[in-house]
Design a protein around this ligand. Structure first.
Ligand code: UDP
Ligand code: MG
Length: 315
């Protein structure tokens, strides 16, 4: 940290993982937008290099030679989008902090609208995806259902069709810093914090270059993180299924006993197999749900740091 350096008004945090062909455009569009803001606020751009294996690091260093106010945070390895973003938010010193993706799917030009709402007095300004370009139908469909299922399952009301692209005030950032859970679902945590929140709609662009870093497996893991972090309903679901299955079993047992005493029971291969399979399935689902929560409890209780920084470079 520069000794005596003043806290900037705005921090822009961008986690990057293998985005070498996006860096130049990302930084130029972002800085241009911030410089054109009314009142010419002071700013810093924090780039979190999340263990990139391509030329991202070199591309950022090249940009740092001509651009001031850039802070490059190198993590010790790839920690994943949510943790890389957390590292950036922890380091940001601005009175308002903007988090955005580094693939230009989140247009930096929206920062102007964010800051306007923040100056009106909002603590969180999130960007709602009115449309999404360049995404597969599968991603559109799964994303749509994910947002709606999560909303149905969670007690905290998390806005739908909203990613992590948003502005947060200093007090929201300070509150977020107190939540140190590992399986982070940042957008949920921000909703949980509360204060005055508002959303603005935008059209999400296609990726400028490179490929998505969220394959189906990671999307699924992220979805389960979101649901388990903010809801206990799946745990109750296991008990409900248990009660329903027991009720059925009880009624069925009475019927079978009556038939037996009436000497009308026939050997039932089909019913035996169906019952075993059904109950086996219900039990495994129940154990699976328990496992999801238990695994997370285990992970949290180890209390490891969320990420490790290898070094910080400033321009
Ligand atoms: N990202 C990261 N670490 C990862 C995966 C992704 O820092 O392990 C960054 C990535 O470089 C991008 C942002 O997180 O800036 C969002 O990732 P991506 O665009 O791949 O996700 P999508 O938009 O496809 O959901
Ligand atoms: Mg993207």
């Amino acid at each position: 940290m520069h000794p005596g350096a003043e806290e900037p008004e705005l921090s822009i945090v961008v986690p990057l993982y293998d985005e070498e062909n996006n860096v130049d455009k990302l930084l130029s569009r972002t800085i241009e937008t911030v410089r054109a803001l009314p009142g010419a606020p002071s700013y810093e751009v924090i780039i979190v290099n999340d263990g990139s294996r391509d030329g991202t690091l070199e591309a950022v260093r090249r940009a740092m030679r001509s651009q001031p106010h850039l802070i490059l945070v190198n993590l010790s390895r790839n920690f994943g989008h949510q943790l890389a973003a957390t590292a950036g938010l922890d380091i940001a010193r601005g009175r308002a902090v903007i988090l955005m993706d580094g693939d230009l799917q989140d247009p930096p030009e929206l920062i102007g609208d964010f800051v306007e709402q923040w100056r009106i007095g909002f603590d969180v300004v999130y960007a709602i995806r009115r449309s999404r370009k360049g995404e597969s139908r599968f991603k559109l469909l799964t994303a749509k259902w994910f947002y709606r299922i999560t909303r149905g399952l969670t007690k905290v009301s998390i806005p739908v069709d909203t990613g992590d692209f948003r502005l947060m005030s200093r007090r929201v950032i300070e509150a977020l810093k107190q939540t140190r859970e590992r399986h982070r679902f940042l957008r949920g945590l921000v909703s949980w914090v509360g204060y005055n929140q508002t959303g603005i709609e935008y059209d999400r662009d296609a990726r400028h270059a490179g490929n998505t870093k969220y394959p189906v497996s990671k999307m699924l893991a992220f979805a389960i993180d979101g649901i388990t972090s903010f809801s206990e309903i799946p745990l109750h679901f296991a008990s409900y299924m248990g009660f329903i299955a027991s009720a059925f079993a009880f009624v069925y047992a009475i019927i079978v006993l009556i038939l037996k005493f009436a000497h009308r029971n026939y050997p039932g291969y089909t019913s035996t197999i169906v019952t075993i399979l059904f109950l086996g399935g219900v039990q495994l689902i129940g154990i699976g749900i328990l496992g999801e929560y238990l695994g997370r409890v285990y992970d949290e209780i180890k209390g490891r740091p969320l990420y490790l920084i290898s070094d910080i470079e400033r321009s």
